[in-house]
Every structure is written in C-alpha cells, then in structure tokens.
Design a protein around this ligand. Structure first.
Ligand code: MG
Length: 335
C-alpha cells in the first residue's frame, strides 16, 4: 500500500475531507484540506488560534501490545485536554504517524478509535503524514477562542479559590494493572467492576472541553492535570508567582477509586501525584466564586473546591484537622 492510499483509506475518508472518495462533508473553517502542501484554515474575525502538540511512543506512553483502538482514542483525547485547559473550542487536528509496518488490522482499529474521539469532541482531521519506524503517534490540535479570552496559567491572584473538575487518582490507580494481564486474574470479583472503570479512565480520558467553555469568563487561570495535581497546580503557582494550599479532605475521589484502594493515605497520594486524569485545575477570584458555584449547582460543571492560592511560594497540604501533611512525591517528572 502506498502512503497515499494508506492515508486515503484509513484517514481521509473517515475525516470526510475534500479529496476523499466520500468527501462531501464540509469541515467548518477548513478552506483547503488534505491534498495540497498545507491545510488552509479560515478564522472568524475576533478569534484567536490555540495549538498544542503531543507524541505518544510505543513502550513508553502505552504498552507495545495495547489495543490500537484505545491508542487512537487516547492520542486525540490527551491533546484535546490541553485545548480545553485554554478555554478554547476544539476545531482541527494534524496526525503524524510512524509505523513499523502496514498492519491493516492495526490501522483500522487505530482509525476507529481516533475518529470516534474526533466525532465526540467535534474536532476534524485536516492533514498529516506517515513514515516508517518504531510505532509513535504525534497529534497537533487546534482550537479557537475569542481574542484575549484564552485561560492562562499566569492569571491567578492570592486569595483565588482552587477547583478541580471530575475526580482525581483513577488513571494512576489503573496504571498498576494496565499492561499486566496476569494481575487481572488476582483482582477479587467485587473489585473487577471498579477496576474496569479505572482502566477506562486511563484509556479514555475525557477532555473537559465543555467545562473549559464555561470557565472562560469565570476562571483566572487553568491547566489540565496530566502529571498530577501537585505538579500541575505547581505550574499555575509558579507562573502566577504564588503558592497554594490544598485541603486533602476536599480532593474529589470516585467511588471506583474508593472501592479499589481502601487506604485513605494511598488514595490521597494517587489524587495528588498520580498523572493521566486530564481533569482541569483552575482558580477563581472571590468575586466570581458565587457564580461558579451556581454553575456547579445547576449541573453545568462538575467541580470541587480544593484549596486557595496564597502569597509566597510553595505547595502545602492540610488534613481535616488543619495539620500540614507533607508528601515526598510531587508528581511525575518527565526528565
Ligand atoms: Mg497540559
């Protein structure tokens, strides 16, 4: 199969792009798609483009024998999480795929997973390329946001309340069993369902795009939690020249996590330092807290208030008695 026919069969047709056999579907804002040297994107007046890129390498970011469909799902979802963290609307993405061989079953599964996530989040493939080599997937995602409205890490002020969406620690708890099929058999029956739900959180993280749009006018700073709450909130603190205080008892934890990990301290470590949740952490100025809490009460946002930004540096955690608790793990470090 030539590179052209591979792209055509597994990607261009699913993307509904001009130049594809069934390319009748119009992609919003795409003036020129696959088939020219570059895609040409049409931005509306008053819109800014946000863009981010991420690479997943086989054996490093996912097990070598992982299901292709799950890899496709996850690759796009983790990129869109960054778009969500900017308060932007997801629009388009580019795919660069390095393949060891032309395994049609693998490509079909990968393409199914990728486009199922693309449809779910309203993001269209607009171009890319393939090369031969060890399996890796690079995606560059693009979103749009009204001019000046992108949520930055640097916008927090002392006294701002800290929130996180959804729940924390699920994906990190799943990491213990992913890629270890032998472990699966040793999990007690009552915990299998909980564990399956944790594993789904790892493979199919939910980029909080709808939440990001709600937060655009309410949050002072935002980040997505890819490396753990302490590490990622630490980025907001550093960029905003502040410190942060967290209440351990307020950290949102799912019923699946509680069922799978009974020890409170272990769950807190997963929630604070475990990566891969792809929830949003954001800060809200006291003037906007009542509006934000109204959005939560009315169900437009699932989020929990977990702490406060403070003057000076450092990250501190407190238990329910107000005692400071220290952690030696501050989250996953890349290097
Ligand atoms: Mg990020």
């Amino acid at each position: 199969m030539s590179e052209f026919s591979l792209i055509q069969r597994f990607f261009a047709e699913q993307a509904g792009l001009p130049g594809s056999r069934e390319g009748t579907e119009q992609v919003s804002g795409l003036r020129v798609g696959i088939g020219d040297d570059c895609a040409v994107l049409d931005l509306a007046a008053g819109e800014e483009l946000v863009t981010t890129t991420d690479t997943l390498v086989s054996g490093v970011h996912f097990p070598e024998d992982a299901e292709a469909e799950l890899i496709g799902q996850r690759a796009l979802r983790v990129n869109l999480s960054d778009v969500a963290a900017m308060g932007a609307q997801a629009r388009w993405f580019l795919l660069s795929l390095t393949l060891p061989d032309e395994d049609e079953n693998w490509l079909e599964g990968f393409s199914d997973g990728l486009f199922s996530a693309a449809r779910q989040y309203g993001c269209s493939l607009i171009g890319g390329n393939t090369t031969r080599g060890p399996l890796s997937i690079s995606i560059t995602a693009f979103g749009t946001v009204p001019k000046g409205k992108a949520l930055l890490r640097s916008g927090a002020r002392a006294g701002d309340e800290i929130y996180v969406t959804g729940s924390l620690g699920d994906a990190a708890a799943a990491l213990g069993v992913i890629g270890l099929p032998d472990t699966w058999g040793t999990i007690p029956g009552s915990q299998k369902e909980a564990t399956a739900s944790l594993i789904k959180r790892y493979w199919q993280p939910s980029p909080r795009l709808a939440e990001g749009l709600v937060l655009r006018d309410l949050a002072s700073a935002a980040i997505d939690i890819s490396d753990g709450l302490l590490a990622d909130l630490g980025h907001i603190a550093k960029a905003s020249d502040l410190g942060a205080e967290l209440r351990l008892a307020a950290l949102p934890q799912s019923s699946a996590l509680r069922a799978a990990v009974s020890n409170d301290a272990e769950r807190n470590v997963l929630a604070l330092a475990g990566g891969d949740d792809y929830e949003l952490c954001f800060t809200v100025h006291p003037d906007k807290v009542s509006v934000l809490d109204g959005e939560i009460a009315e169900g437009r946002l699932i989020a929990s208030r977990v702490g406060r930004m403070v003057a000076g540096g450092g990250m501190r955690c407190y238990d329910k008695n107000g005692q400071e608790v220290s952690f030696d793990k501050s989250g996953y470090q890349h290097f």
